[in-house]
Design a protein around this ligand. Structure first.
Ligand code: URA
Length: 179
């Protein structure tokens, strides 16, 4: 089974990033990626056949919420309810997540964006496999990162990315060690 850290390592990212969307130049994957707008990303996930999960899913589940949010919640993968409804965190886990968000004065759709590492449901809710995580990686990165090549051209966002990185470092340093 993959641990949380394994998943982050597969993705090549740290554990916490803040979501930003600059409407004039978003979202950003690699400079040569076609995933440069939310419409393109939505279309790509809807028709994605990059891994074997496309044969068994009902639909791709991209994400839901505020695209300008400071808070990004990344789950593992859509379950049965999410696969049927096309939205992340709609089952029992979603109710719990909503309650947890409410406890810190947040609600889905307002300053929070919800997505998953995998955009397609693994059959029987099994754990994501490394090839599936790799196939979905461009989608998650397009949803959440400024690409360094973009930052070279945009100094205000470079400063924001630096703030995000410092926040991620501080937050990570304050986490208790995993037992
Ligand atoms: N629902 C999701 O969308 N993702 C999870 O990780 C758990 C439940």
């Amino acid at each position: 089974m993959l641990s949380r850290d394994d998943v982050f390592a597969e993705l090549g990212i740290g554990p916490l990033w803040r979501l930003r969307e600059d409407p004039s130049a978003t979202p950003l994957a690699a400079p040569d990626s076609p995933l440069t707008t939310w419409d393109a990303l939505t279309e790509a996930v809807a028709h994605c056949t990059a891994c074997k999960l496309s044969a068994t899913r009902t639909q791709g589940v991209l994400g839901v919420g505020d695209r300008h949010a400071d808070w990004l919640v990344v789950g593992e993968a859509p379950g049965a309810d999410e696969d049927a409804q096309g939205e992340p965190f709609v089952g029992q886990a979603g109710k719990l997540l909503d309650a947890m968000l409410a406890a810190i004065d947040l609600q889905r759709g307002s300053n929070v964006y919800l997505t998953n590492v995998l955009k397609s449901r693994p059959p029987g809710n099994r754990d994501p496999e490394p090839d599936e995580i790799a196939a979905c990686r461009p989608y998650l990165l397009a949803q959440m990162t400024y690409h360094p090549a973009y930052l070279l051209r945009n100094l205000p966002d470079k400063a924001r990315a630096w703030e995000d990185l410092c926040l991620a470092r501080r937050t990570f340093n304050s986490l208790p060690p995993e037992s």
